[in-house]
Design a protein around this ligand. Structure first.
Ligand SMILES: C[S@@+](CC[C@H](N)C(=O)[O-])C[C@H]1O[C@@H](n2cnc3c(N)ncnc32)[C@H](O)[C@@H]1O
Length: 420
């Protein structure tokens, strides 16, 4: 099937839309203004997705992508779009989805900004997943959004694999020894953590060999993965160096551990923290869904009195460690956001997982809280939370978008809500 035409719109997830006589075709890696000829399609999640297309006429939004893997790798579907247009389109998509218009702040760096990369290890290569193909892997030579050192990390890892004879993971049959190589960099401290996620315990000479190949890393982990799920999570065991690496954002030091989430763009994180701080009213702050205390510790250092609630006990332990490390007046507790008594706070910050607030929305409505600062990486979930719960008693008074994810269609929103 061949369909030709001009891309004249974008889907909410950033794919070019080609209107045909029948149903629209969604074209990843194509932008408004491109004229394309779609060569091959397949159905995915109820949509017709282009899997191969020829670019007949480039859109004025285009530039040459920096990465040789652009067009296959699922990491960066907007890398061939000029950055100023990425920002403009993100703000437009946000407004279209939520009905809220907000200015957008670009990432201070659009290359080498990611502080973590999870390279999947398979017989067809070590790298990142192919766009739209859960069984396809791009055998990476470099990754310009992660680090200049990527080729070095990958070379060391491939030599390690060849020397030890460990088997890469087979995505189809779900067997193999090594599943992921995770590398994290503290961009402002220069510290590096390497974490091998494998289906066998570290043993004998193999540990020594792994340590030798990554002797320049500050922290070396081997994580035993007992399940067959395709994610970079296991039970980490320190096999070399320090248990944590550190990242410094705006004078706050954060500890990073293999099992803890940390915001992935170290440069734009400073903008995110400042945006949250600007929207906070009063002195007493509740940081709900506090994770490792990223917002809470920063605000406590700025003089606010902070309490945090988070469901994951390990994240809470990390958050309290971060508070102590920074001499910050913040206390984090294990708990469910939807069951947290909300009293005596001037502002509640919420940064829920992708599914949004749900029940916590109800709780906020019945509280007497004056100001809510809603941090969201999923505009659809924010819209639902606002329409289903918050709108009853709160109105949006200000919002700002921070581009934590250059070259993708994702954006982080910080929204201030005040009681009517
Ligand atoms: C988007 S992350 C927020 C991370 C944090 N603000 C940060 O920047 O490090 C969402 C967090 O919510 C936590 N979480 C998920 N469900 C929760 C619940 N019902 N109650 C409290 N925390 C929850 C997750 O463990 C995760 O740490």
């Amino acid at each position: 099937m061949h369909s030709k035409g001009r891309i004249n719109g974008l889907s909410d997830d950033g794919l070019g839309i080609l209107e045909t006589n029948g149903r629209p075709i969604y074209v990843p890696f194509a932008y408004p203004g491109d004229v394309v000829s779609v060569k091959k399609t397949r159905k995915r999640f109820g949509r017709i997705l282009a899997v191969d297309f020829e670019l007949l006429e480039p859109s004025p939004l285009r530039i040459n992508p920096k990465c040789p893997h652009f067009g296959r790798c699922g990491g960066c579907i907007w890398q061939a779009m000029k950055y100023e247009h990425q920002l403009k389109l993100k703000a437009e998509l946000f407004e279209r989805i939520t009905g809220t218009s907000a200015p957008i702040k670009g990432s201070p760096k659009i290359w080498k900004f990611r502080n973590v990369s999870n390279f999947i290890v398979t017989a067809s290569g070590t790298g990142l997943k192919e766009y739209g193909n859960p069984l396809g892997v791009v055998n990476l030579s470099e990754c310009p959004v992660f680090s200049n050192e990527t080729p070095g990390y990958l070379r060391a890892f491939r030599n390690f694999l060849a020397e030890t004879g460990l088997r890469p993971w087979n995505l189809k049959r779900k067997i193999g020894d090594v599943h992921y190589l995770q590398v994290r960099e503290g961009k402002f401290t220069g510290e590096v953590m390497v974490n091998l996620i494998a289906h066998l315990e570290p043993f004998g000479d193999v540990i020594e060999t792994f340590r030798d190949y990554f002797s320049s890393a500050d922290s070396i982990y081997w994580s035993l993965k007992r399940d067959k799920r395709d994610d970079p999570r296991g039970e980490p065991k320190l096999v070399g160096g320090e248990p944590f690496i550190r990242e410094r954002i705006a004078d706050v030091l954060y500890l990073i551990h293999p099992n803890s989430f940390f915001q992935t763009n170290s440069y734009a994180l400073k903008l995110l923290l400042k945006a949250v701080e600007r929207f906070v009213e009063g002195e007493r702050v509740l940081d709900l869904y506090s994770g490792v205390g990223t917002f809470g510790v920063y605000l406590a250092k700025k003089g606010f009195t902070v309490e945090g609630v988070e469901i994951n006990p390990f994240a809470v332990e990390m958050a309290n460690k971060n508070a102590k490390l920074n001499d910050a007046n913040a206390l984090f507790k294990v708990g469910k956001a939807e069951e947290t008594p909300i009293r005596r706070y001037d502002t509640v910050i919420v940064d829920p997982p992708r599914k949004g607030l749900k029940e916590t929305g109800k709780l906020l409505v019945t509280s007497k809280i004056q100001t809510i600062v809603y941090v969201s990486c999923n505009p659809k979930a924010f819209k639902l939370d606002y329409e289903n719960y918050l709108r009853e008693t709160y109105r949006v008074t200000e919002a700002v978008l921070i581009d934590m994810f250059p070259h993708t269609a994702h954006v982080e929103a910080v929204i201030k809500l005040e009681r009517k």
